[in-house]
Each structure stands twice: as C-alpha cells, then as structure tokens.
Design a protein around this ligand. Structure first.
Ligand SMILES: Cc1cc2nc3c(=O)[nH]c(=O)nc-3n(C[C@H](O)[C@H](O)[C@H](O)COP(=O)(O)O)c2cc1C
Length: 220
C-alpha cells in the first residue's frame, strides 16, 4: 500500500482490557445447543442492538467465499434458522454448496460463537407461517425485491412497492416461492470467551458419527 490510512494508528492502538469471567469445562453444558442458549440469553440482556445478528459465510461450488449479516429466527436440536430470498447471492451459493458457517460476535461480553454445518430449506408452510408474522410492509418488500440483483434506481423499488400494495389491498400478501427459511444443522460449534492477557478460552464441540458431541479446549 503506497499511502497508509489516517486511521492506521487509531485501529492499531485499539485495545480493551478484558476482565470477563472465563469459560470453564465444569460450567459449560455437555450439549452445545444448551450452551448457546445460555450465551444468547446473556447477549439478549446485555447487547444493546440485535444480539441475534450473525455473519453467514457461504462458498460457491468452485470455492469463492462470500459473507453477510442475517438474523437468527429460531434454533434448537433441529438447527439454526434464518430467512432470506432463495434467488439472492447467498441463496444461489447455498444451492450450489450447502456448507456454511455462522459467526456471532457479542462485543459487550467479549464473546464469539462459530457454527459450521449443512444448510437445508425449511418447508414452504413453515416459511409462510413466519412470513405472515412479519409487518405487512416487510412482507410486501420481500414480495417485490429481487434480492441481490441490480435495479435502475430507488424509484423503481418504490414503484414496485406501490403497485404491490395496491394489488394486495385488503388481502393477505402471499409468501412468494422464492422467499423462505434455511436451517443450518451444526457439525461444529465453538465458544470463544475473551480473557485478560489474551489467554482466551475456546471450547469446541464436534458432532461424532454416533451423533454425540465431543468437547475439546483449543489454544487461543
Ligand atoms: C443487522 C442485519 C440483519 C440482516 N438480516 C437479514 C436477514 O435476516 N435476511 C436477509 O436476507 N438479509 C438480511 N440482511 C441483509 C444481508 O446482510 C444482505 O445484504 C442481503 O441478504 C443480500 O445478501 P446476498 O447478496 O449475499 O445474498 C441483514 C443485514 C443486516 C445489517
């Protein structure tokens, strides 16, 4: 790089004292889904905004990675759910290659959770149920938006919104076939807790062939 950014000095010196309590084997749940529930609950109480926001990383069949933020809408033994447009860039990537990763970062707790697994589509019925629980404007926006594809300008989108609002006046907005949920079934879940002196805690759970979870501590 010929000219360093004016922010170089600022970002190099950003260091926080990390004084959080640790993540010990004796306290962590045997089941990572239960451990995730404990941490998400604490993040809901502590994070000021969108603690359910997660980075979703995908890769095309020829290995080109992309990542973006989506919102977790449900989770449990059946996996981690999020909703999107199936024709979007992520939708196309997942169609080609269902392997994906999720990253949660809860800065106020100095915590990170990494989840790797395989993604499948939720049923249209389940997607429609969630679709209709959303505000009407969000339903119409999802209906008209050809997510990730180029549009001429913002007015084009506003015109599409207006005509769909008129079309569905006094009617239920149908959940489009191109919109719905994905569920990621995890094979690996890692919990990272920031600690003083950078000796951070990392507990990693991997799913064995027997479907049991194996837990290991990883070096930071
Ligand atoms: C906090 C936040 C939450 C978001 N939640 C979603 C979501 O749940 N579903 C979604 O499709 N896009 C969501 N987005 C937009 C995506 O990050 C992204 O721009 C969009 O899905 C298109 O991604 P793609 O072109 O990689 O498919 C969210 C963005 C932010 C910043």
């Amino acid at each position: 790089m010929s000219k360093p950014s004016k922010l170089k000095g600022v970002i190099r010196d950003l260091r926080r004292g990390l004084n959080y309590s640790g993540l010990y084997e004796k306290d962590a749940a045997d089941d990572p889904i239960q451990q995730f529930e404990v941490w998400l609950n604490e993040a809901v109480k502590k994070e000021t905004f969108e603690p359910n926001a997660m980075t979703l990383a995908t890769a095309t069949s020829d290995g080109k990675p992309t990542a973006r933020t989506v919102l977790l809408k449900d989770f449990g033994p059946e996996g981690f759910e999020f909703y999107t447009n199936y024709n979007s860039r992520k939708g196309q990537s997942l169609e080609e290659n269902p392997q994906a990763s999720l990253v949660f970062y809860w800065g106020s707790l100095s915590r990170q959770v990494l989840i790797d697994g395989t993604v499948t589509k939720l049923s249209h019925e389940k997607s429609a149920e969630y679709f209709h629980s959303r505000p009407r404007a969000s339903q119409i926006a999802a209906y008209i938006s050809n997510q990730s594809h180029a549009v001429a300008n913002r007015n084009e989108l506003k015109a599409l919104m207006k005509s769909a609002s008129e079309k569905f006046r006094d009617q239920e907005v149908p959940c489009p076939e191109h919109w719905g949920g994905f569920v990621l079934m995890p094979t690996r879940i890692e919990f990272w807790q920031g600690r003083p002196d950078r000796l951070h805690d990392r507990l990693c759970y991997t799913r064995e062939e027997s479907n049991q979870w194996r837990r290991q501590r990883l070096a930071p």
